[in-house]
Write a protein that binds this ligand. Structure first.
Ligand code: ADE
Length: 231
């Protein structure tokens, strides 16, 4: 998979992709991430990316010109499956959406700034808008990092144990059951007996029951939803 991220402040994303699992995924060749400074494509002599909105009003708007030039250049290099604009107006990010994006080959992610983008970007260049929640961030970079992380950890080989992404919360539409590790008794705080029993069928049944119960208590809205695992 190849992910191109277009940003007005690329520095914000540097450390995110240079650490831990995401770094390992890149060095193993499982994903290539390129964070591009949109100013490269600015035609303005001061390399500005924004301008005043037609009709007046507060705030600046990201211009269509550098964004169009950037996306055209990247599209000429590879077949792009989705051009995603991170925006609070977008489709809410879910595990199902992360799953479906993890099956794609090449993604472009555009981070918004200022008041937003010229509407023609959304009409003509963007194939999908994604929000990470019903709140407004000061830029799309954090949202792009969240989306990339959720997608990349699903790529085969990225997590050491192949089953661990499958047992994440949400992967079957339920929250994950509790986990414990040694010591089995820490100052009287004990581990459920069943987990020490060695009886795998009983353990699986207990985990399934715990996942149901935890979901019922904490996120009852997830129960009975069928859209969590596919998009
Ligand atoms: N940009 C600003 N706020 C955002 C949000 N909630 N999700 C995605 N992109 C954003």
């Amino acid at each position: 998979m190849h992910i191109d991220i277009l940003s007005a402040v690329p520095r914000l994303l540097d450390s995110w992709f240079e650490e831990s699992i995401l770094k390992r995924a890149q060095s193993k060749g499982l994903v290539e991430i390129e964070v591009h400074d949109l100013r490269i494509w600015s035609t303005d002599k001061h390399k500005r990316l924004d301008d005043y909105p037609f009709g007046g009003g507060a705030g600046m708007v990201m211009s269509v010109v550098p964004i169009h030039r950037a996306i055209t250049e990247l599209r000429a290099k590879r077949t792009v499956d989705e051009v995603i604009y991170m925006s609070p107006d977008g489709e809410l990010l879910s595990q199902g959406l992360a799953n479906s994006l993890s099956l794609k080959g090449n993604l472009i992610i555009l981070c918004g700034h200022y008041k937003g983008v010229d509407e023609r970007v959304r009409e003509h260049l963007i194939t999908r808008e994604v929000s990470i929640g019903d709140y407004v961030l000061s830029g799309g970079e954090l949202a792009a990092a969240v989306l990339s992380d959720a997608v990349i950890r699903l790529l085969p080989g990225v997590l050491g144990d192949e089953t661990s992404a499958l047992s994440d919360s949400f992967q079957d539409g339920l929250l994950a059951p509790p986990d414990y590790t040694r010591p089995a008794d820490y100052q009287g705080w004990t581990v459920p007996e069943v987990l020490l029993s060695g009886h795998q069928a009983r353990i699986e049944a207990w985990r399934a029951e715990q996942a149901q119960e935890r979901t019922r208590q904490r996120r009852p809205g997830l129960l009975g939803r069928s859209d969590e695992t596919g998009a």
